[in-house]
Design a protein around this ligand. Structure first.
Ligand SMILES: CC(C)(COP(=O)(O)OP(=O)(O)OC[C@H]1O[C@@H](n2cnc3c(N)ncnc32)[C@H](O)[C@@H]1OP(=O)(O)O)[C@@H](O)C(=O)NCCC(=O)NCCS
Length: 199
């Protein structure tokens, strides 16, 4: 595990529980297996769709379970690792957020995805660590990496949940018009967003 971005990207955000600061580390591609350690479980109470070029929210109520640790099914950690390993091995940055040396979240950022557009390809914060700035710290580190690669925008294909869309809207993202063709055909149910890259 390397700490290439540790000094530059270390967050100064306060930890609300005062049990440790959020540290962002850029990890080697072989650390992609850390995805298994993320608790992605969540109760979803809001879901977004796009109608007529506008975001619509609706109340829902269902639980997303943890990754399936067995097999290679759609909701398995193995599937996610297989999907994202080549992206990281091709040059995307794998970022880990740590609190007291414990993994709190992971992000993957491809700073040279398509011309001057970077791609925030993956973001998960473990359930126990949410709403304390972990995703914000990963986002800030991703923005720095995108800036260093001269990207001017960051593309996100977001899970249509209230938390994911709420997070990206809070970062200044707006509906991508039009969505990126390749990413849209891959995840047509996602909310496709684009955000300015700010240094
Ligand atoms: C979406 C997710 C990454 C947010 O992580 P987080 O560390 O809790 O986010 P932060 O604490 O940095 O939140 C920053 C802001 O985002 C918005 N936000 C975060 N969670 C939200 C939620 N559940 N509902 C609405 N807005 C939310 C808020 O504006 C929040 O600021 P506030 O806490 O001051 O109100 C996390 O909930 C998660 O991992 N969810 C499951 C996986 C997922 O959906 N990943 C995204 C796939 S594209």
């Amino acid at each position: 595990m390397t700490e290439v971005a540790a000094n530059k990207a270390q967050s100064s955000l306060p930890d609300p529980d005062e049990s440790g600061t959020i540290e962002i580390r850029q990890l080697g591609a072989d650390n992609i297996e850390l995805i298994r350690e993320i608790d992605r479980s969540e109760h979803i109470d809001t879901q977004y769709t796009v109608k007529g070029g506008r975001l619509h929210s609706e109340r829902v109520g269902f639980d997303v379970p943890q990754w399936d640790s067995e097999g290679h099914g759609h909701h398995s950690s193995a599937r996610r690792i297989t999907e994202f390993r080549p992206i990281v091995e091709s040059g995307a940055a794998l970022l880990g957020a740590f609190i007291d040396d414990l993994l709190a979240g992971i992000a993957i950022v491809d700073p040279s995805f398509d011309g001057s557009t970077a791609w925030f390809a993956f973001l998960h914060v473990s359930r126990a660590y949410r709403r304390r700035g972990v995703a914000s710290a990963l986002w800030a580190a991703g923005q720095e990496i995108a800036t260093s690669a001269d990207a001017t925008s960051m593309y996100v294909s977001a899970t249509p949940s209230g938390s994911a869309v709420g997070f990206y809207l809070s970062r200044g993202c707006r509906l991508a018009e039009p969505p990126h063709p390749a990413l849209f055909s891959k995840e047509p149910e996602d909310i496709h967003l684009v955000c300015p890259v700010t240094s």
